[in-house]
Design a protein around this ligand. Sequence first.
Ligand code: AMP
Length: 285
Amino acid sequence: MILCTDIKQLQRLSATARQAGKSVALVPTMGALHEGHVSLIHAAHTENDLTIVSVFVNPTQFGPHEDYEKYPRNLAKDCKTAEAAGADIVFAPPADKLYPHKDPVWVEVTGSISKVLCGRTRPIHFRGVATIITKLFHIAAPDNAYFGQKDAQQTEVLKRMVDDLFFPVRLHIMPIIREADGLAKSSRNIYLNPAERKAALVLYKSLKQAQKLFLQGEKNSDVISTAVRSMIAAEPLSTIDYVEMYTLPGLITVGKILDKRTLLAVAVKFGATRLIDNTILEVDA
Ligand code: AMP
């Protein structure tokens, strides 16, 4: 496996592969790789000839009081994990090379897709995400790119971006990988102390309860989201940011769940750590 930190070198490696008729996959990550990332890399490796994993803690998607500085970084360990999962290249460029200008070019998906849910409390987040993924798509020129359903709003933002800017990239959205007890894997789980870690299980439990209500015939989104909110609020260590439901695709507000796919998304703080999770309620075709 190659560790590449140079933009031009990665462009050459990708171009050479494509000229040889090989398919190229990109798995963008911020490192601190866990089994969630591994599932994406594994899928990319299985379905493509060349798998590039980017490891880059993107400064522009963090707000001024967020965890950019303390975000876990361990490139040597990430390289081993990525290689074992099937990566051919780990791309880990320095921030000043990816953002060479003081006044950068921004890519921004406007409208409710980036304003609801995390967009409300993290107003510059999705501009940072769309901008970095644009840069990575231009550098790696992948045929296929792999993302996790864990970041459901991010996938909606990126689908819109790819569609609106005509990127010749196919997006693959992979299922949420969870710990044995149901907590969604996240690089931020290491911030939780034991009591918060235990409390955070309420997220999965409440999403499962929502699925149960839905399968029992409940189609009123307010009833479902109220049930989830009360379950989470009953956990003393939790502070709810949001519990909301939107249609997929497009993140449009729902009343009665009539659309085929509805996203139920939650963001909750346990101590100083903000976790997100979600589930999709699907009406049978
Ligand atoms: P991050 O390193 O947090 O930016 O995540 C990189 C990619 O991994 C994103 O597409 C995430 O949605 C995906 N990802 C993160 N956690 C999980 C998980 N538990 N299951 C599946 N994919 C995940």
